[in-house]
Write a protein that binds this ligand. Structure first.
Ligand code: NAI
Length: 277
């Protein structure tokens, strides 16, 4: 697939993986619309890409609100014309665990990480099918969508769902010449650990777990792993290669394959159990 002259739309584009994707697309000659809920970070991100590529712009957007996603898509088309690559990448993390099951946390994380992806697909699919110039969806899941090792968590639930919906979407879009990639990174050095900064008021206040509780200890371990994680630009480079090669899965941490193997081994062993008691 040829990038130059085409247009990309990236949610969560003000920071981390989304920003790196935007920069990589611009560097490859694409026009780029960054969509994000964090206004100041978005302006700074757009400004920093001023001299990269044929045009980078930003639009404030809450991916948890379908009308906001539609407005952002219209802004992208009004500014740049047809959109070809859509990265449904915005995502947030909040504490899970069994000690304090917060419906606000579950609703927020699923609205952004799952429904946000759905709204992006629902909004852009008719547009891409309509213009007929080809297109590609990149949905950001996670290794947390491959193995439930983080425990009882809205984040894990959302990422498993994004993997499943992306597989189904790829199957159905193949005959239409529209590609789908599901991005499953391990730890990447971004601000995902500070997701609470962008939590809309409708989900109530952030409820950090007691640092001494199991959920609090897990959070500290995750923060350390994120700080030592992969550079987002490496993730972006893999995604561009996957779009070019029309690859469904992108994994960035081959050292985490054991986690996936363990899960499938347990599933296979359960399948091989004889029927009956
Ligand atoms: P980040 O926090 O640096 O960037 C996320 C961006 O999404 C931020 O700019 C934030 O303002 C934006 N955002 C949050 N809520 C939003 C909303 N309602 N509407 C629009 N934008 C919103 O974090 P990162 O890591 O770059 O996250 C990007 C994606 O990568 C997420 O889906 C995350 O779950 C996923 N991911 C991250 C990993 C990591 O280790 N950093 C590993 C695996 C997946």
């Amino acid at each position: 697939r040829e990038f130059a002259g085409k247009t990309a739309f990236v949610t969560g584009g003000a920071s981390g993986i989304g920003f790196a994707l935007g920069r990589a697309f611009a560097g490859a000659g694409m026009k780029v619309m960054l969509a994000d809920i964090e206004t100041h970070a978005l302006s700074a991100a757009v400004k920093s890409l001023d001299n990269v590529g044929p045009g980078v712009n930003g639009v404030v957007c809450d991916v948890g609100d379908p009308a906001s996603v539609e407005r952002a898509a219209k802004a992208a088309c009004d500014t740049f014309g047809n959109v070809h690559v859509v990265c449904n990448n915005a995502g947030v993390a909040a504490a899970g665990g069994i000690d304090n099951i917060s419906l606000d946390n579950w609703r927020w994380v699923l609205d952004v990480n799952l429904f946000g992806v759905l709204y992006g697909i629902r909004t852009f699919l008719p547009h891409i099918r309509g213009h007929g110039e080809g297109g590609h969806f990149v949905n950001t899941a996670s290794m947390a969508g491959m193995n439930g090792g983080l425990g009882f968590s809205p984040y894990v639930a959302s990422k498993f769902a994004v993997v499943g919906m992306s597989e189904g979407l790829a199957m159905q879009l193949k005959p239409h010449g529209i590609g789908v990639t599901v991005l499953c990174p391990g730890y990447v050095r971004t601000r995902i650990g500070e997701s609470g900064r962008n939590r809309p008021e409708r989900y109530g206040a952030t409820q950090p777990p007691d640092p001494a509780s199991p959920a609090g200890r897990l959070l500290a371990e995750i923060a350390a792993r994120l700080a030592a994680g992969l550079d987002p630009s490496e993730v972006a480079a893999r995604v561009l290669a996957a779009i070019r090669g029309d690859e469904l899965y992108v994994f960035t941490h081959p050292e985490m394959r054991e986690d996936v193997e363990e899960r499938f081994a347990a599933i296979m062993a359960a399948m091989d159990k004889p029927a009956g008691l």
